[in-house]
Design a protein around this ligand. Structure first.
Ligand SMILES: Cc1ncc(COP(=O)(O)O)c(C=O)c1O
Length: 440
């Protein structure tokens, strides 16, 4: 095995990995977009593409209703509002996720209460829900992080016992399943992002909310549409019944999304194949633990996150992770950190800035404050793991050559433990949450 590139040896993947090919744009997508443009039906008042997309996605996930909106964050906010969250109400949210999983609660004046994650699945730990329950708890946001569904049975059972609404944050988990059912049909409401980097990618930005409750659908619809009620026939009474925004999606974007949905299963299967191949190859590589997938779930690998075990080199996990990170980058393959601090460690929560004047915390008379030290599993996951591929598996895991490059680079770096240790001795280690974000 040659010298590690980080110590001046030759790169194992000088050609790098091509991550530009996502979303895939086929003639059918172009046709759908141009047909929409030429139809002359470009206003929400006469558009037919958004309702068609809503029916198609509801049927795909196995829910009764879908609302198309203009981002995943909008879908989450509309779900939180539909759940009846108001000033001072608390919502349980995993400490490890993207900001929007928690800020959507603030958007409706609620207060996020963070729960640590399961260290193997990286999703909210159902055994820790009870310790955060108060008489103000209203809902749980279960994030299917990186494409693996959260453990929904115990979450739903807990929610039933305490009369809580379950919202799935499925932004990263289109087409994943839990006990044979697709995400989007596993809670009371679900929110998907279809931003161009997601597994179901549109041309820019968008979101999809699903539910099987007509009441929840109608409440979310009012949030999407200025707080008004719009009849099935498009009738509008220009009377806002509640706070609302303009979260409508363009018909052009909807048309592009519909043709993408037709190919989603094919793309998902390709990525799963690449992830399976890499998982198998990494099984024999010391110090690296590929994503864990419990038997009751399927993973769709929005991110392929590996845990790194410093004990194989006699190094602390954080130092080992950083040495492996630097070494893999030097070999020519993209690997990165996903979230460098727990959500409760972000300044928004530390300083409770929100809307100013302490709101929504003070206006909701909430005394909640946040300490990231309360989330040891989340801190350990951040300290000791990396995501493979420049954050998106869909771009490279479909390509067997890229997967082989990942395999070869991991094998080279982790078979050279002595050199890795030598490089590690030059690192002035700082925990990720104590330094400026460093993505690549
Ligand atoms: C877990 C999670 N939730 C919510 C969102 C927000 O989606 P969007 O960027 O479409 O608003 C994202 C995407 O960035 C996400 O990864």
């Amino acid at each position: 095995m040659s010298t590690l590139a980080v110590l001046g040896g030759p790169q194992i993947a000088p050609q790098g990995v091509d991550e530009t090919r996502w979303p895939v744009v086929e003639p059918a997508d172009v046709q759908a977009v141009t047909d929409t443009l030429l139809s002359g039906q470009l206003s929400w008042m006469n558009d037919t593409r958004v309702p068609a997309l809503e029916r198609q996605w509801a049927d795909y996930v196995g829910a009764d209703h879908c609302l198309a909106v203009n981002s995943g964050t909008a879908a989450l906010h509309a779900a939180v509002a539909a759940a009846g969250v108001g000033p001072g109400d608390e919502v349980l949210v995993p400490a490890l996720s993207f900001l929007a999983s928690a800020s959507c609660v603030l958007h409706h004046q609620g207060v996020p209460v963070f729960v640590d994650v399961d260290p193997r699945t990286f999703t909210i730990d159902p055994t820790q829900l009870a310790q955060h329950l108060t008489d103000r708890t209203k809902a749980i946001i279960a994030v299917h992080l990186h494409g693996l569904p959260a453990d929904m049975d115990p979450i739903r059972q807990f929610a039933r016992q305490h009369d809580l609404v379950v919202i799935e944050d499925a932004a990263q988990a289109h087409a994943a399943t839990y006990n044979g059912k697709r995400t989007g049909s596993l809670g009371d409401l679900a929110a998907f992002s279809i931003m161009a980097g997601k597994n179901l990618a549109t041309a820019g930005e968008g979101g999809l909310l699903t539910t099987s409750s007509a009441d929840l659908r109608n409440r979310a619809d009012a949030v999407k549409m200025f707080g008004e009620t719009v009849g099935a026939d498009g009738h509008r009474d220009y009377n806002a019944h509640t706070m609302g925004w303009n979260y409508r999606l363009s018909g052009v974007v909807a048309a592009f999304t519909s043709t993408q949905i037709e190919r989603l299963d094919g793309y998902t299967a390709q990525v799963q194949e690449g992830a399976r191949a890499l998982t198998k190859a990494l099984a024999d590589v010391p110090g690296v633990v590929p994503p864990y997938v419990p038997d009751d779930r399927t993973h769709v690998y929005h991110h392929f996150r590996v845990l790194l075990d410093g004990s194989v080199a006699g190094l602390p996990d954080g130092v080992f992770r950083q040495a492996v990170h630097d070494s893999l980058l030097a070999e020519g393959i993209p690997v990165g950190e996903y979230q460098t601090r727990p959500l409760p460690g972000q300044t928004l929560f530390q300083q409770r800035i929100g809307y100013g004047g302490g709101c929504p915390w003070t206006c909701g008379k909430s005394t909640r404050s946040y300490r990231q030290e309360d989330y040891p599993a989340t801190l350990q996951v951040i300290r000791s793991s990396l995501v493979v591929g420049k954050r998106l598996c869909m771009a490279s895991f479909r390509d067997p050559d890229s997967v082989e490059r990942y395999r070869d680079a991991f094998t080279k770096v982790l078979s050279n433990i002595d050199e890795l240790r030598e490089y590690a001795s030059t690192i002035d280690y700082v925990e990720p949450w104590q330094r400026e974000s460093r993505l690549w």
